[in-house]
Design a protein around this ligand. Structure first.
Ligand SMILES: [Mn+2]
Length: 295
């Protein structure tokens, strides 16, 4: 298991200037960086890769920035803009040394509305067709796509692990995987730990977020049960801390994510604490598992 940090904690939009945070990320013990690419023109991938290498880090994933105007179930123009953006990001990823594109790549974050069943079915077919195209495209670049269910306030399209797995089944391509996020699961799943066990090896990426998206442990999520489930299924990919504050992200993203008040303003103690919290929970879960197996 690799521990990662999301650039939304430190810079948004992420640009070449963001490499200045890499030494700290390494010093705090993170293995990977999840780089949100708002616009491909913002970064020089070779330069970023060099700085990652220099600091002994890797780009564990690229986070797709599905803002307004990028929507695989939107208007023809929004679908085209989303495909153009996602393809440009995928094509850049080998230079970054990254093999996983993550996020709610099926729609725009913050688009949550009542959709009639017939219309939902049409949207579903449209998204499946686009994801087939995108999966085949990604495969050429040795990139996998990991789609993230979001809670009901951020999308009406894919809210649960079960819905995402159905979408993945319909696309039926090896390059398409699932990612889960404890913050969203906490709102939508009957039992997040059971969802993890059911998804099993379909999970290609994992976000850790607290129930209020602030400090880990200062919310209601039972992370011991989450890590017990991850250890039990043998999950050995990235576990990445995600948190938002309007001190870093812009107003559009704050609104899309419903960040109406800030749970933190200083990202340094937040990030250090997250790394220690995640590692401790993981180590304890491994110990519990080892003890159980002996009996
Ligand atoms: Mn997430």
């Amino acid at each position: 298991m690799r521990f990662g940090i999301n650039t939304f904690l430190f810079a948004s939009p992420f640009t070449n200037d963001g490499v200045k945070f890499f030494p700290q990320f390494k010093q705090w013990g993170f293995d990977t960086v999840e780089i949100a690419i708002e616009e491909v023109a913002n970064i020089d991938p070779a330069f970023i890769r060099k700085k990652l290498d220099d600091n002994g880090l890797v780009c564990g994933s690229v986070g797709a920035a599905m803002g307004p105007g990028r929507d695989l179930r939107g208007t023809a123009g929004e679908q085209a803009a989303a495909m153009e953006y996602l393809k440009a990001v995928i094509a850049m990823m080998p230079q970054l040394g990254s093999h996983t594109l993550i996020g709610p790549i099926y729609s725009s974050v913050g688009r949550a509305e009542a959709v009639a069943e017939e219309e939902y079915k049409k949207q579903w077919a449209t998204v499946v067709a686009h994801l087939k195209t995108l999966s085949a495209y990604a495969e050429q670049f040795d990139v996998k796509l990991a789609i993230e269910p979001l809670n009901r306030y951020e999308t009406d399209f894919i809210n649960t692990c079960e819905q995402a797995m159905r979408l993945i089944d319909d696309v039926n391509h090896d390059a398409l995987m699932l990612m889960l996020d404890t913050f969203h699961m906490n709102i939508e799943e009957v039992d997040p730990a059971i969802a993890i066990r059911i998804a099993g090896d379909k999970i290609g990426y994992f976000h850790i977020g607290e129930s209020n998206r602030g400090y880990l442990g200062a919310g209601t999520i039972n992370f011991d049960r989450i890590f017990d489930a991850l250890v039990e299924i043998g999950y050995d990919q990235d576990v990445v801390f995600e948190s938002f504050s309007s001190t870093i992200v812009d107003e559009a993203l704050s609104v899309a994510c419903g960040i109406w008040r800030d749970t933190w303003t200083d990202n340094v103690p937040l990030a250090k604490h997250a790394k220690q919290f995640i590692e401790l929970r993981y180590e304890e879960a491994k110990r519990r598992r080892a003890t159980t197996m002996k009996h």
